[in-house]
Design a protein around this ligand. Sequence first.
Ligand code: NAD
Length: 507
Amino acid sequence: MDFLEKLSIQPANAGVSTGSEWLKSKGERIDSYSPVDGLKTGSVTAADEHTYNQVIDKAVKAFHEWRMWPAPKRGEVVRQVGEALRTFKEPLGKLVSYEMGKSLQEGYGEVQEMIDICDFAVGLSRQLYGLTMHSERPLHRMYEQWHPLGVTGIISAFNFPVAVWSWNAALAWVCGNTTVWKPSEKTPLCGIAVQHIVATVFKKNQVPEGVNCLVQGGRNVGEWISHDTRIPLVSATGSTRMGKALNVAVAARLGRSILELGGNNAIIISKDADLDMALLGALFGAVGTAGQRCTTTRRLIIHETVYENFKQKLVKAYGQLRIGNPLDTANHVGPLIDKDAVALYLQSIEQAREQGARFVVEGGVLSGPGYESGCYVKPCIAEASNDFPIVQHETFAPILYLMQYRTIDEAIALQNGVPQGLSSAIMTLNMREAEQFLSHAGSDCGIANINIGTSGAEIGGAFGGEKETGGGRESGSDAWKAYMRRQTNTINWSTQLPLAQGIRFDL
Ligand code: NAD
């Protein structure tokens, strides 16, 4: 495993850093076990309250310096971070694949997303535009500007152990904020690797210590962040359960949050679909990353006239899936993150059956050579009804539910009929139903696609979802605005003091 060495990862790692400096903490030890082979890869020491406070104080202090750097100069540093990531793409992609269990292609893809968002942020650093307005008062000028916000807390999930951090950090930095990252306790080594890569670039550019901070730990460290009034913005990615708790804590102190929570994504397969294309889209969406993407396809809503045909095609395709070590590019499906996830998968299959689901491809846990970690499971398919409680819930595993529809209105109602609202798609060559799906009477999700599956977003668009997915937007488009505060400025260059709305106030 030469990638660990290339990424400066030790068997035991400090887990609290203000940039180049690593703090000695008395926090708990977090061991990282790979779901690929079940072996322990290394450990990190979590933050304790003392080191956590040291880090946040440093991040606040660094903010006062960093915000004075011109935005394009901050962008230049981010450009160099992108360059460093290009150099480290191979070992970092391997670590992502090994620690999280996603395919090597997807591990590299995650690092590519980090590079892409750095490129995006460099351009953005010269485009943090505000509007100008015409004042109703004579000889007055009005405009708005966007100012940095302060320390940005980033809490991330295990399934995108590096990309989600970069979506937030690259934007936050060019906006003039400092960042404090708490990675998932299930993928702590990815956090260590990224911290080392960024530190080299920051040091070379004399970026103040405290702009890029890391605090490893579990839920308790996340809770410190959500309650901390020194952190005006918390961007949190994870389960809806986590988001509901975090949102209350941040809102109670009138802080801001960006929430990227669970999905329950569906593809509508029309009678006018290109069924071969639909098959590939559904397959990658349902079994890619072993069903552990927030955008994973969990439901297929299929027109009754093509239902049986499509089901048969799908069952046949599932029979051809190769499940095994994700670092071996011949395999399609890797492991779940840990044995707890396997237990939840089995429990969900049981519940689905009890609620009336009929499995057309059976699930199960794999054992024997190559499956020693106990985390490899069979992707499965069940015919189910949208109103089963289990179908309404996001199970973070490769379980796909099939259902039928007759009219496009019915299909859209089924697609929207879940508490979550992240990603959605329709496979159709019929322009009318495609447009209806995208209209305000169509999909209620943050992402709605035509002839593309639900997963695999690009960084250029704003990413996020509605309802229980949390409403946050990250990455492209104008998502950067969430990382800044807007200020409206009115300048009077006349010799009078006229009041707005024509109000008179004379002495
Ligand atoms: P999780 O909710 O268990 O943990 C996510 C992060 O939140 C971890 O760092 C964890 O330590 C922290 N955390 C947990 N409880 C907290 C609390 N009360 N306060 C503060 N922090 C807390 O999620 P997970 O199992 O790591 O990830 C899977 C989930 O993430 C799925 O639901 C998936 O859909 C979602 N996800 C969403 C997106 C998105 O962009 N919408 C992207 C990736 C993952």
